[in-house]
Design a protein around this ligand. Structure first.
Ligand code: ZN
Length: 306
């Protein structure tokens, strides 16, 4: 059983003619309704400024709240757009990511959560909106989880095709929150070389443009799976599906089944009966998103049934 944290409200974050469009969440919604309606569907709650400022500077948080346009669009950077209803989506995406932690603590169990939100968050820096995202949903949630004192070692696995510069920077001085990422490199946002190691808590697995399924699996296994020996008591996925071969924004050629494989191998190696929170990041081809996400969810369901 998966707990889906999801809101219809995300269709109101209008970005116009943009790859991070309303259509994406409609596809995710269709997938959940078509195949997962027997699972638990939970409405996210709205995050407040205090929660967001666990990782973001309060001046930056205030700036975002004050920059939502009354009509039309406002650009935080050339890629990152707000429209009149965007703030509610930003706050639900943060709130929902933290709700998963709260529920895990309250219920004292090892449930699996999938947060179907938009916009993505892994490019968002402490004081800067970037790459379609304004607040770093996964980083805020992981910081909240760590500060709760219930989780001593946390792993974030980011298989989005872009490097999660924001998440890496937020945690690069941390000893107990680990961030590992496979991503096309060199590529947007420019970070993510193997030399960026933080306190030993960062592992980057760069993929060359054109990388196929076989090469991806071998690199991911050698550079990430075989490089960590820790036990973790909470695992996040920054689940982006833009490394799919159909995706228009990047040049990595993963198949649908690779998203099952990467989820499964992480869970088998690092998840010994611990809670899992997967948070949607990118994925800009609608078929790639639908089938890639379906593969990822299949592995999460198998784990939740063990
Ligand atoms: Zn991406």
């Amino acid at each position: 059983m998966i707990n889906f944290i999801f809101s219809e409200e995300y269709i109101n974050h209008d970005t116009g003619n943009h790859p991070e469009s309303i259509k994406r969440i409609q596809v995710v919604n269709d997938l959940i309704k078509e195949k997962y309606s027997n699972h638990n569907l939970i409405e996210p709650t709205i995050a407040d400024k205090k929660l967001i400022s666990l990782v973001h500077d309060i001046d930056y948080v205030n700036y975002i709240f004050d920059s939502i346009p009354a009509s039309g669009f406002n650009y935080f950077d050339p890629d990152t757009i707000a429209s009149p209803n965007s703030l509610k989506s930003y706050l639900l995406a943060v709130g929902g990511s933290v709700d998963a932690v709260k529920k895990i603590i309250e219920d004292n169990n090892n449930n699996v959560y999938f947060c179907a939100h938009r916009p993505p968050g892994h490019h968002a820096e402490k004081n800067k909106a970037m790459g379609f995202g304004v607040f770093n949903n996964v980083a805020i949630s992981a910081e909240y989880a760590y500060r709760s004192g219930k989780f001593k070692k946390i792993l974030i696995v980011d298989f989005d095709v872009h490097h999660g510069n924001g998440t890496q920077h937020i945690f690069e001085n941390h000893k107990n929150i680990f961030y590992v990422s496979s991503h096309q490199y060199p590529f947007y946002p420019g970070t993510g070389s193997e030399n960026e190691r933080g306190t030993g808590n960062i592992i980057n697995c760069p993929l060359t443009a054109g990388c196929d399924s076989k090469t991806f699996r071998s690199l991911f296994e050698n550079k990430i799976i075989n490089k960590i020996n820790n036990n973790f008591d909470l695992i996040y996925f920054s689940a982006g599906f833009d490394a799919h071969k159909l995706d228009p924004l990047a040049s990595i050629n993963l198949e649908n089944e690779d998203f099952y494989w990467v989820t499964k191998i992480v869970l088998e190696k690092f998840a010994n009966n611990v809670p899992i929170i997967s948070v949607l990041e990118g994925g800009y081809d609608m078929k790639g998103l639908f089938h890639g996400l379906n593969s990822h969810l299949k592995a999460l369901i198998e784990y939740s049934n063990e």
